[in-house]
Design a protein. Structure first.
Length: 318
């Protein structure tokens, strides 16, 4: 039997890889934030003060910094100083991590920014809470074109405005129906008077009890205000029907009394007989038609809290 070999044509060679073209990597420019510029200028100035024989160029060489950078930084920081001195609200980019002072593209509410800023300051000066939504509504009152925009577009413009003028959300430190200026003198007099009276008494013998409403719906704890403000005062609503009353007491030593809470309800009614017995034994509970601390509720507090505390303090002071 004859075997006839089959000739298989060789497979074609793969195409050669394309020639790699060498592309030089461009030099990247280093941008410095305002904060970094302050630190660099200060480092150069401190070095020159430590050695008066050093020039700015030599000080920069020691710190491995380009001398022309420092000269530009000094001019930029001078502009920043003017902005901080002239502006009612310090723009966020002159104190934050940004590297440029250029304001960028003008906002669609650029024409009313001054009026809007003034309105925000007036509201905060009166103690009212200001949210981004409140700023958006105020802007809609001042500009018809802004009012015609979609809600999402309005929110974006408002967000940029808030950031531009340096407003930030702050947690309120004081919530009251009057501004702190109205009650400051009375508060100082009360503190001085009480200090004179309790100085000679032992801490366990000095008690403080007060009643406060516990609202079922609370105000927001945040409001827009200027960056760096330490006291953030907010006005609360004058009335509310959805609340309970809390009687809280504490001694000057820090010992807390059992809390006494009064809900809206009728004595011997459904809440009083069915709900309150299921509550925690760590507190004292009662009801009143308007959730007030009337004579009946006060007697409950005296027998349930005051008398046991008096007994405890009497035994403590022996």
């Amino acid at each position: 039997m004859m075997v006839i070999p089959v000739l298989v044509p060789p497979s074609p060679l793969p195409p050669p890889p394309p020639l790699l073209e060498f592309v030089p990597t461009p030099k990247t420019r280093r941008s410095y934030s305002i904060k970094e510029k302050r630190a660099i200028v200060k480092a150069v100035q401190d070095l020159m003060k430590a050695d008066p024989s050093l020039s700015q160029n030599k000080a920069c060489k020691i710190l491995n910094i380009q001398p022309n950078y420092v000269s530009r930084f000094v001019k930029t920081l001078a502009k920043v100083k003017k902005i901080e001195a002239a502006a009612t609200l310090v723009p966020v980019h002159v104190t934050g991590e940004r590297a440029k002072l250029h304001p960028g593209k003008q906002s669609s509410i650029n024409a009313i920014e001054g009026q809007l800023t003034k309105k925000v300051l007036e509201l905060r000066g009166s103690g009212f809470q200001v949210s981004s939504n409140r700023v958006r509504l105020e802007a809609a009152k001042l500009d018809r074109d802004f009012k015609s925009k979609s809600k999402k577009a309005q929110q974006m413009v408002t967000s940029r405005f808030i950031k531009k003028v340096g407003l930030v959300y702050r947690v309120s430190t004081h919530i009251a129906q009057k501004t702190f200026q109205e009650t400051e003198l009375a508060s100082q007099y009360f503190v001085t008077m009480m200090r004179d009276r309790v100085n000679a008494l032992p801490p366990e013998a000095v008690w403080n009890m007060d009643q406060t409403p516990i609202f079922y719906s609370y105000h927001s704890g945040r409001t827009l205000d200027q960056r760096g403000v330490r006291s953030v005062n907010v006005l609360s609503s004058m009335t509310s029907t959805h609340r309970a009353t809390l009687n809280a007491g504490v001694t000057m030593s820090g010992h807390k009394f059992m809390p006494f809470t009064i809900f809206k309800g009728n004595p011997n009614g459904l809440i009083d007989t069915k709900e309150l017995p299921t509550f925690s034994k760590d507190g004292l509970w009662a009801v009143q038609k308007k959730a007030w601390c009337d004579e009946r509720a006060m007697r409950i507090w005296i027998s349930g809290v005051l008398v046991p505390e008096a007994t405890r303090v009497k035994a403590f002071l022996r």
